[in-house]
Design a protein around this ligand. Sequence first.
Ligand code: RFL
Ligand code: PHB
Length: 399
Amino acid sequence: MQTTKATRTQVAIVGAGPAGLFLSHLLHRQGIESVILEHRTREEIEGTIRAGVLEQWVVDLMNGMGLGGRMMREGHFHSGITLRFDRRSHHIDMAELTGGKRVTVYAQHEVIRDLVSARLEDGGSILFGVSDVQFHDLDGKAPRVSFRRGPDAPPEELRCDFVAGCDGFHGPARQAIPAAARAEYQIVYPFGWLGILTAAPPSHPELIYANHERGFALLSTRSPEVQRLYLQVDPRDDIANWPDDRIWSELHRRLEEDAGWSLTEGAIFQKGIIAMRSFVCETMQHGRLFLAGDAAHIVPPTGAKGLNLAVADVLVLSRAIDAYYKSGGMEGLEGYSATCLRRIWKAERFSWYMTTMLHRNEQDSPFEQRVHLAELDYLVHSRAAMTALAENYVGLPME
Ligand code: RFL
Ligand code: PHB
């Protein structure tokens, strides 16, 4: 009979996205061992184009952990954003409204590259390309995660004290919480984002969020040579229906304004369409399994909150695990889900607010469409409303 190879660690982490990688670094700094099981290859996770905006406290955390060197050299620091509607621009000076806080535009895959290389350099264990991850004995004190190092490799087992489900929205960890023990709250939006990367210089010094009668558009950046732009589209649309000239013509129309600003074009070298949803799973824990990041919640990208929330979850989790190893106390772990959900629901609210205010929803009545425009008009003329937006955008304080 074949015996299953078993290894032991303190925390088994499933998924090497931002949640899993930050958790492994945070635990390492507390002297706690972990192993990350990731089903994609290193090249795949380092090449997936996703988020761009880091909240101030995430940047401070990365710097405090000694992981921010390249980010500080190559990232872009934005102290404001521009809202554009009715063909006019309105600057929101976030730094002035929040006592000096700003956001950093530094691509998620660059964060991933920095975190993977630093973790491997300090002797961390990340197993790429694993398959068949399954959870066992989550209710007891000695949970196990079984897996294979590839589809044809023999089964192995990771024995541990805690399991962190950092495996994203489509991963298996959430399903390991019995359906009767969790409630799921969700909105699926009737629109998606077509995102492009283009080889062009920046067209504008800060991000532009545009509400236009043809739909939302967003201008973001990546580097002095590469820009990131998004267009609201039907989520079921096929990217083949979007040749480059159609994308540019739509971006020009939605981002243009009366004051004569113009968008700089370049070669499009990456494009794709993503659907948008809001989703929260309550509870985020079951026995010794703790969900973090997109495994437990999704926000539409309009508020730029997803990656930041994933980091917030694992900061709470790492502190609770540390307290357990230092004193045997379970309070932090028992309160994990409730602690995280307070921040998560505020980010859900903000992301939903930005999304509904800035997009054109064909299902909205003309009354609701007028209300969204009134909301924008109120926002840009009220210091109180702008402060509320700025406070949420740069990131609510981490306790
Ligand atoms: P991830 O990044 O999805 O990582 C999960 C990892 O788990 C692995 N996995 C498994 N591993 C082993 N076995 C299995 N069975 C597994 N199943 C899955 C996956 O391969 C993967 O490597 O989740 P995590 O770590 O929770 O991080 C969440 C963030 O990635 C996400 O919230 C952000 O990208 C959202 N987001 C944004 N967030 C921001 O904070 N600021 C932004 O500006 C921002 N813009 C965006 C975004 C997301 C976008 N897309 C594409 C959804 C813009 C876009 C367009
Ligand atoms: C990005 O640069 O990818 C980006 C910026 C702002 C958002 C979402 C995505 O709200």
